[in-house]
Design a protein around this ligand. Structure first.
Ligand SMILES: [Mn+2]
Length: 315
């Protein structure tokens, strides 16, 4: 037949997130970079998103496996329909899955430097990064790229997590899943808002209390006791937002396959509600970290994929 454009109908590619555009769309986008996507009313002309996996778990200390997060989340994304009944929206955002970063196992700093360069390339092409970890240290690579590209003076970092991750040094490491928010704090964003917390050292608690102009935090008990308050806080955020989601913010009954499972967490209903509010604001980057699923259909990866799917459906 000699048809070079042959494609196989009724097949899908679980190594790419469901409903992501194909390579030719990406090449087409890159060759039309002069189109101004900002403030466009036309949905088809919205700024595109680029997904990159970072299969790194070099600083994990308790339950390993976050290096499997990117492939587990992608595979789990096929569990969802294109249409999202909760929001009455379809996933039709311009959205490319650009594969995985080549990580350097055992070296968080070098991995983050590579990630920073890659994310800078995305920003340079007008693409908003969606990063799938990997453990939490990688967020520093993404946010430092955002600092270089845009500056952080007007950025609110919304951080969902069971843990503060704001200790200055952990087991002698300055850059680790347990210190990542301290390194982000050092980059001087306008504000860090931490949600869903239920674990910290006293040193961390004292640090956030001493820096209350720059850091707001809400425990999982705050969320449980007054969900409307958290919703109104999110509604009031002004300016661009970076979202970092450690999947362990969910209760271990809904996300057991994580680096540090911590009881008394949030529900997927609550996360869905918060993502709905934030997704309609000026989100300039997002990471989803700490999915350490090791088998197909694992509920942690399904919940991780749902967060990204929900976010994209609302674009
Ligand atoms: Mn955590």
């Amino acid at each position: 037949m000699g048809n070079e454009n042959i494609m196989l109908f009724y097949t899908h590619n679980p190594s790419k997130f469901a409903f992501s555009r194909d390579k030719s769309d990406f090449e087409n986008y890159l060759s039309n970079l002069d189109i101004d996507y900002s403030n466009s009313e036309n949905k088809e002309n919205q700024r595109p998103f680029g997904l990159i996996g970072v299969p790194f778990d070099g600083t994990t200390t308790y339950r390993p496996g976050a290096r499997f997060g990117p492939s587990a989340v992608r595979e789990a994304s096929y569990n969802f329909e294109n249409y999202n009944l909760s929001f009455n929206e379809s996933l039709d955002a311009i959205f490319f899955d650009l594969g995985d970063l080549e990580v350097i196992h055992g070296n968080a700093k070098k991995t983050c430097e590579k990630l920073q360069e890659t994310v800078l390339e995305l920003y340079g092409a007008g693409i908003i990064p969606i990063i799938i970890g990997g453990e939490h240290s990688i967020s520093w690579g993404v946010i430092s790229a955002l600092k270089e590209h845009h500056g952080l003076e007007d950025i609110t970092v919304v951080h969902f997590d069971a843990h503060m991750d704001i200790i200055n040094e952990y087991l002698g490491e300055k850059l680790s899943h347990a210190t990542v928010m301290r390194r982000v704090f050092d980059l001087e964003p306008k504000k860090i808002i931490q949600i869903g917390l239920r674990s910290a050292s006293l040193e961390e608690k004292n640090f956030v209390d001493e820096n209350s102009q720059k850091i707001d935090y809400y425990t999982s008990y705050d969320v449980k006791n007054d969900e409307k308050l958290i919703e109104s806080i999110m509604n009031r955020i002004e300016g661009p937002i970076y979202i970092s989601i450690d999947i362990d913010v969910l209760d271990p009954s809904q996300a057991p396959s994580v680096g540090n499972p911590t009881p008394c967490g949030l529900s997927s209903f609550q996360i869905e509600k918060f993502i709905k509010i934030l997704a309609q604001k000026d989100v300039i980057g997002l990471d989803l970290v700490e999915v350490a699923s090791k088998e197909i259909g694992d509920i942690t990866s399904v919940n991780g994929a749902k967060i990204i799917h929900d976010f994209l459906c609302l674009q």
